[in-house]
Design a protein. Structure first.
Lengths: 137, 159
Protein backbone atom coordinates (compact mmCIF):
# COMPACT_ATOMS: atom_id res chain seq x y z
CA UNK A 1 0.00 0.00 0.00
CA UNK A 2 1.33 3.41 -0.91
CA UNK A 3 0.17 6.72 0.38
CA UNK A 4 1.39 9.95 1.82
CA UNK A 5 2.34 9.46 5.44
CA UNK A 6 1.71 12.30 7.85
CA UNK A 7 3.43 12.84 11.17
CA UNK A 8 3.82 9.34 12.56
CA UNK A 9 3.39 9.06 16.31
CA UNK A 10 5.67 6.62 18.06
CA UNK A 11 4.91 5.32 21.53
CA UNK A 12 7.47 3.44 23.59
CA UNK A 13 5.78 0.60 25.41
CA UNK A 14 7.24 -0.80 28.60
CA UNK A 15 4.39 -0.58 31.09
CA UNK A 16 0.62 -0.79 31.33
CA UNK A 17 0.53 2.98 31.68
CA UNK A 18 2.26 3.35 28.31
CA UNK A 19 -0.43 1.15 26.78
CA UNK A 20 -3.21 3.35 28.16
CA UNK A 21 -1.52 6.52 26.89
CA UNK A 22 -0.91 5.03 23.44
CA UNK A 23 -4.50 3.88 22.97
CA UNK A 24 -5.88 7.22 24.16
CA UNK A 25 -3.63 9.09 21.70
CA UNK A 26 -4.62 6.65 18.95
CA UNK A 27 -8.30 7.30 19.61
CA UNK A 28 -7.82 11.06 19.50
CA UNK A 29 -5.75 10.84 16.33
CA UNK A 30 -8.34 8.73 14.54
CA UNK A 31 -11.16 11.05 15.60
CA UNK A 32 -9.14 14.07 14.45
CA UNK A 33 -8.65 12.42 11.06
CA UNK A 34 -12.40 12.14 10.76
CA UNK A 35 -12.97 8.48 11.57
CA UNK A 36 -16.42 7.56 12.84
CA UNK A 37 -16.27 7.09 16.64
CA UNK A 38 -16.94 3.37 16.25
CA UNK A 39 -14.03 3.02 13.81
CA UNK A 40 -11.76 5.19 15.94
CA UNK A 41 -12.67 2.98 18.87
CA UNK A 42 -11.44 -0.06 16.98
CA UNK A 43 -8.11 1.66 16.28
CA UNK A 44 -7.75 2.38 19.99
CA UNK A 45 -8.62 -1.17 21.01
CA UNK A 46 -6.14 -2.68 18.57
CA UNK A 47 -3.41 -0.40 19.93
CA UNK A 48 -4.39 -1.58 23.40
CA UNK A 49 -4.31 -5.26 22.48
CA UNK A 50 -0.98 -5.04 20.65
CA UNK A 51 0.49 -2.85 23.37
CA UNK A 52 -0.54 -5.35 26.01
CA UNK A 53 1.14 -8.14 24.11
CA UNK A 54 4.38 -6.15 23.95
CA UNK A 55 4.24 -5.40 27.67
CA UNK A 56 3.35 -8.98 28.58
CA UNK A 57 5.59 -10.98 26.30
CA UNK A 58 8.49 -8.76 25.26
CA UNK A 59 8.66 -6.36 28.19
CA UNK A 60 9.28 -3.42 25.89
CA UNK A 61 8.79 -2.30 22.35
CA UNK A 62 6.99 0.38 20.42
CA UNK A 63 3.80 1.23 18.63
CA UNK A 64 3.83 3.68 15.75
CA UNK A 65 0.56 5.16 14.51
CA UNK A 66 0.62 6.92 11.16
CA UNK A 67 -2.17 8.71 9.30
CA UNK A 68 -2.04 8.21 5.53
CA UNK A 69 -3.77 9.97 2.68
CA UNK A 70 -4.07 8.47 -0.77
CA UNK A 71 -6.30 8.92 -3.76
CA UNK A 72 -8.75 6.26 -2.60
CA UNK A 73 -9.07 7.75 0.85
CA UNK A 74 -7.53 8.00 4.26
CA UNK A 75 -6.30 5.22 6.44
CA UNK A 76 -4.44 4.78 9.67
CA UNK A 77 -1.52 2.40 10.04
CA UNK A 78 -0.48 0.80 13.32
CA UNK A 79 2.91 -0.88 13.61
CA UNK A 80 3.77 -2.76 16.79
CA UNK A 81 7.38 -3.86 17.12
CA UNK A 82 9.34 -5.65 19.78
CA UNK A 83 12.48 -7.70 20.16
CA UNK A 84 10.87 -10.23 22.45
CA UNK A 85 10.66 -14.01 22.24
CA UNK A 86 8.58 -14.01 19.05
CA UNK A 87 5.49 -16.03 18.29
CA UNK A 88 6.03 -19.74 17.83
CA UNK A 89 2.79 -20.48 16.04
CA UNK A 90 1.40 -17.39 14.30
CA UNK A 91 -1.47 -19.30 12.68
CA UNK A 92 -2.66 -20.53 16.06
CA UNK A 93 -2.52 -17.04 17.56
CA UNK A 94 -4.50 -15.65 14.65
CA UNK A 95 -7.10 -18.35 15.15
CA UNK A 96 -7.72 -17.15 18.72
CA UNK A 97 -8.08 -18.73 22.10
CA UNK A 98 -4.34 -19.13 22.53
CA UNK A 99 -2.35 -17.54 25.32
CA UNK A 100 0.84 -18.34 27.19
CA UNK A 101 0.48 -15.81 29.99
CA UNK A 102 -2.24 -13.88 31.74
CA UNK A 103 -3.42 -12.54 28.40
CA UNK A 104 -6.79 -13.13 26.90
CA UNK A 105 -6.09 -15.30 23.93
CA UNK A 106 -8.36 -12.94 22.06
CA UNK A 107 -6.16 -9.91 21.51
CA UNK A 108 -4.50 -10.81 18.22
CA UNK A 109 -7.36 -12.72 16.66
CA UNK A 110 -9.86 -10.07 17.71
CA UNK A 111 -7.61 -7.27 16.48
CA UNK A 112 -7.43 -8.93 13.11
CA UNK A 113 -11.22 -8.85 12.88
CA UNK A 114 -11.31 -5.14 13.71
CA UNK A 115 -8.82 -4.11 11.03
CA UNK A 116 -8.89 -4.03 7.22
CA UNK A 117 -5.34 -5.34 6.91
CA UNK A 118 -3.36 -7.31 9.45
CA UNK A 119 0.10 -8.81 9.00
CA UNK A 120 2.38 -10.54 11.48
CA UNK A 121 6.08 -11.05 10.95
CA UNK A 122 7.64 -12.89 13.84
CA UNK A 123 10.92 -14.71 14.31
CA UNK A 124 11.35 -16.83 17.42
CA UNK A 125 14.11 -15.39 19.56
CA UNK A 126 14.28 -12.16 17.59
CA UNK A 127 10.97 -10.40 17.90
CA UNK A 128 7.66 -9.54 16.34
CA UNK A 129 6.40 -6.88 13.97
CA UNK A 130 2.67 -6.49 13.46
CA UNK A 131 1.22 -4.09 10.90
CA UNK A 132 -2.47 -3.23 10.99
CA UNK A 133 -4.45 -0.88 8.79
CA UNK A 134 -7.86 0.68 9.31
CA UNK A 135 -9.41 2.50 6.36
CA UNK A 136 -11.85 5.34 6.72
CA UNK A 137 -15.26 4.11 5.60
CA UNK B 1 -26.85 6.87 49.45
CA UNK B 2 -23.51 6.17 51.06
CA UNK B 3 -20.39 7.20 49.17
CA UNK B 4 -17.44 4.86 49.25
CA UNK B 5 -14.69 6.67 47.39
CA UNK B 6 -12.13 4.06 46.45
CA UNK B 7 -9.79 6.01 44.23
CA UNK B 8 -9.66 9.48 42.76
CA UNK B 9 -11.50 8.39 39.69
CA UNK B 10 -13.70 5.45 40.63
CA UNK B 11 -16.69 5.61 42.89
CA UNK B 12 -18.60 2.78 44.47
CA UNK B 13 -21.90 3.63 46.08
CA UNK B 14 -24.36 1.56 48.06
CA UNK B 15 -27.95 2.17 47.06
CA UNK B 16 -30.60 -0.08 48.62
CA UNK B 17 -29.54 -3.62 47.73
CA UNK B 18 -27.54 -2.36 44.76
CA UNK B 19 -23.83 -1.59 44.55
CA UNK B 20 -23.33 1.15 41.98
CA UNK B 21 -19.86 1.11 40.42
CA UNK B 22 -18.86 4.05 38.23
CA UNK B 23 -16.13 2.55 36.08
CA UNK B 24 -13.51 5.18 35.22
CA UNK B 25 -11.96 5.50 31.79
CA UNK B 26 -8.29 4.93 31.04
CA UNK B 27 -7.77 2.19 33.59
CA UNK B 28 -4.62 0.12 33.27
CA UNK B 29 -4.92 -3.65 33.47
CA UNK B 30 -3.65 -3.45 37.04
CA UNK B 31 -6.33 -0.88 37.87
CA UNK B 32 -8.99 -3.14 36.39
CA UNK B 33 -8.00 -6.06 38.61
CA UNK B 34 -7.85 -3.75 41.61
CA UNK B 35 -11.33 -2.45 40.86
CA UNK B 36 -12.67 -5.99 40.60
CA UNK B 37 -11.36 -6.79 44.07
CA UNK B 38 -12.86 -3.60 45.45
CA UNK B 39 -16.21 -4.42 43.92
CA UNK B 40 -16.21 -7.89 45.45
CA UNK B 41 -15.14 -6.55 48.86
CA UNK B 42 -17.93 -4.00 48.88
CA UNK B 43 -20.44 -6.53 47.60
CA UNK B 44 -19.68 -8.75 50.55
CA UNK B 45 -19.48 -5.89 53.00
CA UNK B 46 -22.95 -4.61 52.14
CA UNK B 47 -24.51 -7.94 51.23
CA UNK B 48 -25.47 -6.38 47.92
CA UNK B 49 -27.77 -8.46 45.79
CA UNK B 50 -27.04 -6.47 42.66
CA UNK B 51 -23.92 -4.90 41.24
CA UNK B 52 -24.35 -2.26 38.55
CA UNK B 53 -21.26 -1.55 36.47
CA UNK B 54 -21.77 1.89 34.94
CA UNK B 55 -19.66 2.17 31.79
CA UNK B 56 -20.91 5.56 30.66
CA UNK B 57 -17.47 7.11 31.20
CA UNK B 58 -15.60 4.33 29.38
CA UNK B 59 -14.90 5.03 25.72
CA UNK B 60 -12.32 2.31 25.07
CA UNK B 61 -13.20 -1.24 26.08
CA UNK B 62 -10.68 -3.86 25.04
CA UNK B 63 -10.68 -7.59 25.72
CA UNK B 64 -9.30 -7.11 29.21
CA UNK B 65 -12.30 -5.00 30.12
CA UNK B 66 -14.52 -7.71 28.69
CA UNK B 67 -12.82 -10.16 30.98
CA UNK B 68 -13.36 -7.78 33.84
CA UNK B 69 -17.11 -7.72 33.28
CA UNK B 70 -17.26 -11.45 32.77
CA UNK B 71 -15.11 -12.45 35.72
CA UNK B 72 -16.72 -9.94 38.06
CA UNK B 73 -20.13 -11.38 37.21
CA UNK B 74 -18.93 -14.91 37.82
CA UNK B 75 -17.30 -14.04 41.12
CA UNK B 76 -20.18 -11.87 42.34
CA UNK B 77 -22.50 -14.70 41.33
CA UNK B 78 -20.68 -17.00 43.72
CA UNK B 79 -21.44 -14.45 46.42
CA UNK B 80 -25.11 -14.51 45.56
CA UNK B 81 -25.14 -11.22 43.66
CA UNK B 82 -26.31 -10.42 40.14
CA UNK B 83 -24.32 -8.13 37.88
CA UNK B 84 -25.75 -5.64 35.43
CA UNK B 85 -24.01 -3.28 33.04
CA UNK B 86 -25.26 0.12 31.98
CA UNK B 87 -24.08 3.00 29.87
CA UNK B 88 -22.12 1.10 27.25
CA UNK B 89 -21.60 3.49 24.35
CA UNK B 90 -22.64 2.33 20.89
CA UNK B 91 -19.10 2.67 19.54
CA UNK B 92 -17.82 0.57 22.42
CA UNK B 93 -20.48 -2.09 21.90
CA UNK B 94 -19.70 -2.38 18.20
CA UNK B 95 -16.03 -2.96 18.94
CA UNK B 96 -16.73 -5.43 21.75
CA UNK B 97 -18.94 -7.53 19.54
CA UNK B 98 -16.59 -7.51 16.56
CA UNK B 99 -13.69 -8.30 18.84
CA UNK B 100 -15.53 -11.49 19.74
CA UNK B 101 -16.43 -10.88 23.36
CA UNK B 102 -19.10 -12.99 24.98
CA UNK B 103 -20.90 -11.80 28.08
CA UNK B 104 -23.12 -14.63 29.24
CA UNK B 105 -25.17 -14.14 32.39
CA UNK B 106 -24.75 -10.37 32.33
CA UNK B 107 -27.82 -8.18 32.58
CA UNK B 108 -28.02 -5.03 30.50
CA UNK B 109 -29.98 -2.05 31.71
CA UNK B 110 -30.41 1.45 30.36
CA UNK B 111 -29.63 3.40 33.49
CA UNK B 112 -29.70 3.46 37.28
CA UNK B 113 -33.49 3.68 37.39
CA UNK B 114 -33.79 0.51 35.35
CA UNK B 115 -31.24 -1.20 37.56
CA UNK B 116 -33.14 -0.24 40.68
CA UNK B 117 -36.39 -1.45 39.18
CA UNK B 118 -34.75 -4.73 38.29
CA UNK B 119 -33.24 -5.18 41.73
CA UNK B 120 -36.52 -4.35 43.45
CA UNK B 121 -38.45 -6.79 41.36
CA UNK B 122 -35.87 -9.45 41.94
CA UNK B 123 -35.93 -10.41 38.30
CA UNK B 124 -33.09 -12.47 37.01
CA UNK B 125 -34.17 -13.49 33.55
CA UNK B 126 -35.16 -10.41 31.56
CA UNK B 127 -32.34 -8.57 29.90
CA UNK B 128 -29.77 -11.32 30.25
CA UNK B 129 -27.00 -10.96 27.72
CA UNK B 130 -26.91 -14.65 27.12
CA UNK B 131 -27.98 -17.15 24.56
CA UNK B 132 -31.04 -18.25 26.45
CA UNK B 133 -32.76 -15.02 25.39
CA UNK B 134 -32.37 -15.14 21.62
CA UNK B 135 -35.10 -12.59 21.04
CA UNK B 136 -33.28 -9.83 22.87
CA UNK B 137 -31.50 -7.43 20.52
CA UNK B 138 -28.47 -6.92 22.72
CA UNK B 139 -28.36 -10.61 23.50
CA UNK B 140 -28.02 -11.40 19.85
CA UNK B 141 -25.25 -8.94 19.29
CA UNK B 142 -23.20 -9.83 22.34
CA UNK B 143 -23.39 -13.60 22.11
CA UNK B 144 -20.82 -14.35 19.51
CA UNK B 145 -17.91 -16.70 19.09
CA UNK B 146 -14.46 -16.82 20.64
CA UNK B 147 -15.09 -17.41 24.33
CA UNK B 148 -12.25 -16.31 26.54
CA UNK B 149 -9.97 -19.03 27.81
CA UNK B 150 -7.60 -17.29 30.16
CA UNK B 151 -6.76 -19.30 33.25
CA UNK B 152 -6.42 -16.12 35.33
CA UNK B 153 -10.12 -15.54 35.03
CA UNK B 154 -13.01 -17.87 35.61
CA UNK B 155 -14.22 -18.87 32.16
CA UNK B 156 -17.81 -18.30 31.18
CA UNK B 157 -20.38 -21.01 31.49
CA UNK B 158 -21.78 -21.63 28.06
CA UNK B 159 -25.51 -22.01 28.03
Amino acid sequence: MTGQAQNPKRFSISSVVDVVQARRSGLELALKMGFHPAEANKVAVVISELGRNIELYAGQGSITVTPHTEVKGQYIEIIAEDQGPGILDVARVLKGGYTTSSGMGLGISGSQRLMDEFEIHSVVGQGTRIRAVKRMQ
Amino acid sequence: MENLDITETSTIQKLENLLLVAVPRDLTDRDVLKLRRQVLEETRRYHSQWVLLDFSRVDICDSFFGRFIQSTARMAGLMGANVAVAGLQDAVIETMVELGMTLPNIHAVLDLDDALALSREGETDDGLLAMESPGHAITDSLSLDSPFDDSTFIPPTEV
